[in-house]
Design a protein around this ligand. Structure first.
Ligand code: PHE
Length: 342
């Protein structure tokens, strides 16, 4: 009985010396642990007389409660002291962390810039559906069923007659059906092709252009595109037309600009230019004079109206403009890439 009282007193004395939660745990083990001091005292219990046993048992329980209270009380004191210390370490004069600032995606930035240039030349900006009927995407553009150009396009079909548009050219058709000439529009938007590797993504962006009026010539096309190229890539940029083929334009051309990296020299210092592969030129768009069959499909008189159309890949223009050499960057949404356009 004596030693039980001693136990509580000893614990009470020691509690003041305990200055950390770790030390306190040691104290708890020493007094309340399975082989601790209380457990040792209890070893005498079985040998006691029948009258003493209940009193001793009750006493032991009281002491156990008292020890627990001493230790838990100290635990609360220590926890409060540590919280207080943490608070005093908090320095309200430190500068805060700024929330990250968002930015427009480079594809959006380039789309806006290109549309602004054409708006400045008098073009309207229009848009249309990404899920398109075969007629708008192909037939009205002089691409009949079974035409080999359909293979070239890697079409994603929704049903037999509905496709995900493979280019923005259906906007030529939609515009001319909705408006009388003269028309001058650009149409930015997403296009889809069944194609995926390091230089192709199944979705990418194009900007279509169309101008139709009386007496539009290929010279107008060349002048318009030259103005656009110089506005976006700089006044020294040179432009060349290479003969090409599209079913909806005749004649057709692909347009190259003098290489944005080497300035058309084909090399940077003594190294061959990695952007133009030594040629000094990079392709940026396809274009041509609107085919009379397209005018006929939309009810314009091919005898009276001529026009030009062009289509360009926005990611391609963005890569050239910003010196991005991997198309996938535009689709990964890595903040370290995107924040450079803020
Ligand atoms: N639609 C063509 C393509 O996706 C580009 C183009 C548009 C060519 C308009 C000529 C005229 O490749």
């Amino acid at each position: 009985m004596e030693s039980l009282d001693d136990l509580a007193r000893a614990c009470e004395e020691r509690r003041g010396q305990v200055s950390s939660l770790k030390d306190l745990e040691e104290l708890r083990v020493e007094f309340l642990g399975r082989k601790g001091r209380l457990a040792q005292c209890m070893l005498d219990l079985p040998g006691m007389s029948a009258e003493d046993k209940p009193t001793a048992g009750r006493k032991a329980n009281e002491i156990k409660a008292a020890l627990t209270e001493i230790i838990e009380g100290r635990e609360r004191e220590l926890a409060a002291a540590e919280a207080g210390a943490a608070l005093s370490r908090f320095d309200p004069t430190l500068p805060g962390r700024r929330p990250q600032q968002g930015s427009l995606h480079p594809v959006t930035l380039v789309t806006q810039e290109i549309c602004d240039v054409f708006a400045g030349l008098g073009f309207d900006v229009v848009s249309g559906p990404e899920v398109e009927s075969d007629w708008y995407n192909f037939e009205a553009l002089n691409i009949p069923p079974e035409h080999p150009a359909r293979d070239m396009q890697d079409t994603l079909y929704v049903s037999e007659s509905i496709v995900l548009r493979t280019h923005t050219s259906p906007l030529q058709v939609r515009t001319m059906l909705a408006r009388k000439p003269p028309v001058a529009v650009v149409a930015p938007g997403k296009v889809y092709r069944r194609d995926s590797d390091i230089t192709h993504t199944p979705m990418f962006h194009q900007i279509e252009g169309l101008l139709a009026d009386r007496k539009v010539s290929m010279g107008d096309l060349r002048g318009t595109l030259t103005a656009f190229v110089r506005a976006v890539f700089g006044a020294d940029t040179r432009v060349r037309f290479r003969p090409s083929f599209f079913p909806f334009t005749e004649p057709s051309a692909e347009v190259d600009i003098s290489c944005v990296l080497c300035g058309g020299k084909g090399h940077v210092g003594s190294e061959p230019c990695r952007v133009c592969k030594r040629t000094g030129w990079v392709e940026i768009l396809g274009c041509g004079m609107v085919d009379p069959n397209v005018f006929a499909a939309v009810g314009y008189d091919p005898e009276e109206i001529t026009g030009f159309a062009f289509g360009m890949g926005v990611e391609r223009v963005a890569m050239l403009k910003y010196g991005v050499n991997d198309l996938r960057m535009f689709f990964e949404n890595d903040v370290r890439f995107l924040e450079q356009f803020a």
